[in-house]
Design a protein around this ligand. Sequence first.
Ligand code: 13P
Ligand code: ZN
Length: 264
Amino acid sequence: MDSILKNRPALKAEVAGYLWQKGWAERNGGNITVNVTEFVDEGMKALPAISGPRPIGKVLPHLAGAWFYCKGTQKRMRDLARDPMANGSIIRIRPDCASYEIVADLPVAPTSELPSHLAVHDYLLAKGSPYRASLHTHPIELVALTHSKKWMEKDAATRMLWSMIPETKAFCPRGLGMVPYMLPSSVELADATIRAIDEDYDVVMWEKHGVFAVDTGIMDAFDQVDVLNKAAQIYIASRNMGFEPEGMSDAQMKELSDVFNLPK
Ligand code: 13P
Ligand code: ZN
């Protein structure tokens, strides 16, 4: 099954190594899922399940027969970067759209955040989105921002982060959605994540926990989080130098949006 992971832009297990290097992936922190259905050939379709069925916890009508690579629960990103198939597995959604089975390579149980990941993939397929990857990670500075009510206000953090350095809006043009604290791995958190993504965000914060990002591939999802966290670091660096950063002016932001054709 390794062939499914090789040379596929959507997968890029090296991103797991970047998450560890960034300090965003303590212990088993964070998870990755990628919709790999388009890479599954007829021979693979005939493979028997090696474990399951297991319930998802939600009914996801657009996922019947879909295949996903999932980080294993309790598995470490730094290990996944070296050996994705020992630290994750390939699952197939059963025709009931409410359960899945593990198909390859080993019976590694998928991430505890599977309800959020699969609910988001279901939503993306329903919308006809080209996005195939979802990433949850614990970026230090972005998580720190969510400990303040001020930055949890809708689009307050987005405006501040965009104004720190022009690239932020250029490469994360939909900004940063905010999801109030909910129990990790819960179906409620999955539902709230969908609501935030439906407001047209690619990246949403889970208050006092982490970030959840979607994009065409896992590298692109990582890049969006990386530019946002860089902006948060610039804000914090200014505060550490003893001043509130000025930020780009409204006129500068407008010029950027006009020239690069970004949403207002
Ligand atoms: P898993 O090890 O189950 O993927 O959980 C990590 C995590 O970050 C939960 O929010
Ligand atoms: Zn987490």
